[in-house]
Design a protein around this ligand. Structure first.
Ligand SMILES: [Mg+2]
Length: 122
């Protein structure tokens, strides 16, 4: 399973973002969304989106980003209990620890997708 964060991962901000009141100045992380949509074509159950703002917010931000709708969303605080060592986590906050052995920044994730992430083994 690939777990993906929303803010500053699926959605990028240009500095005017107010995390409390909303989303001015945001744009989709088009390269990452493109990679994830490619992955979802092959593995429709293979992506989960999370956010510290909760599952409903995660679903809304995934739609905003143009992500093909994955089946699962949840609030990020549940991640340590749900993520396994064999999962991949894509999150701008690498200090957020989960059991996954692979934690990638959005930039690293794009490189990962273009190298190992889209091979048949995955
Ligand atoms: Mg984030």
């Amino acid at each position: 399973m690939i777990y993906v964060d929303c803010d500053s991962t699926l959605i990028l901000y240009d500095g005017t973002h107010d995390p409390v009141t909303g989303a001015k100045g945001w744009r989709p992380n088009d390269h990452l969304v493109w990679c994830l949509n490619w992955y979802l074509e092959m593995y429709p159950q293979g992506v989960t989106v999370w956010s510290g703002g909760g599952s409903a917010y995660a679903a809304q931000r995934a739609r905003d980003a143009g992500l093909t709708q994955p089946p699962r969303y949840f609030t990020r605080s549940k991640a340590p209990a749900l993520v396994t060592p064999w999962d991949v986590v894509i999150d701008d906050e690498l200090e957020f620890k989960t059991p996954a052995q692979i934690h990638l920044t959005p930039e690293e994730a794009i490189i990962w997708f273009l190298t190992v992430g889209l091979t048949p083994a995955w």
